[in-house]
Design a protein around this ligand. Structure first.
Ligand SMILES: Nc1nc2c(ncn2[C@@H]2O[C@H](COP(=O)(O)OP(=O)(O)OP(=O)(O)O)[C@@H](O)[C@H]2O)c(=O)[nH]1
Ligand SMILES: [Mg+2]
Length: 180
């Protein structure tokens, strides 16, 4: 029998025609035209980590769809203060003393470890986290990996988008990402 189904929630819907089985038997996870259903909404959090990541989410919040939430995360209190973004997380109040990591990824990681519980609380309601960071400094390189690990352990779908240091940034910075 022929039947028309809609794939939801891919955002792209197109008809599926079935031949022998009833459409519902053949496609149990597909909503069918006429079915009453609510499209599940996955809450997505975009987390900017370190100076570059924070700059990115600060810009994104003005242009991105309203369905996305943003958080700025840094070891540097002053850097966080200048942002207009509402949701912020200061990493490593003890380990980094709120003044940044000084380009040290080990300190960036330790600061993220110190804030593990706070971070876990912030992402508890989310189905997906996108971590955005620039590699080459201490916070983005050191903290992003740990924050991703925590999210993954909580079964939150986690994607990291990171950038390599610019070529003109001397010889030291390109080596830092490998450490992170
Ligand atoms: N495109 C772009 N890249 C940036 C920007 N800020 C920093 N970067 C890049 O990101 C790398 C890391 O810099 P930051 O993000 O400032 O460093 P951090 O993670 O805050 O690390 P610490 O300040 O050492 O704790 C730099 O080496 C640059 O390559 C920015 O505003 N735009
Ligand atoms: Mg910084």
């Amino acid at each position: 029998m022929g039947s028309i189904a809609q794939i939801v929630p891919s955002g792209i819907s197109f008809p599926i025609r079935t031949q022998s089985l009833s459409a519902k038997q053949e496609y149990p996870f597909v909503w069918f035209a006429g079915d009453e259903c609510e499209v599940p909404q996955t809450k997505v959090l975009v987390a900017g980590v370190g100076g570059d990541g924070c700059n990115t989410v600060e810009q994104m919040q003005n242009t991105a769809p309203s369905s996305l939430d943003f958080i700025a995360i840094d070891t540097d209190y002053m850097s966080l203060e200048r942002l207009t973004i509402e949701s912020k997380l200061l990493l490593g109040k003890q380990t980094a003393k709120s003044i940044g990591s000084g380009g040290n990824p080990d300190l960036g990681r330790a600061a993220a470890e110190e804030a593990s519980e706070e971070w876990a609380d912030r992402i508890a309601d989310y189905g997906m986290v996108v971590i955005v960071a620039g590699m080459g400094g201490g916070t983005g390189s050191g903290a992003a990996a740990h924050l991703s690990k925590v999210a993954k352990e909580m079964n939150v779908l986690t994607v990291a988008v990171v950038s390599s240091p610019f070529e003109y940034e001397a010889l030291k910075r390109p080596k830092v990402p490998k450490k992170g």
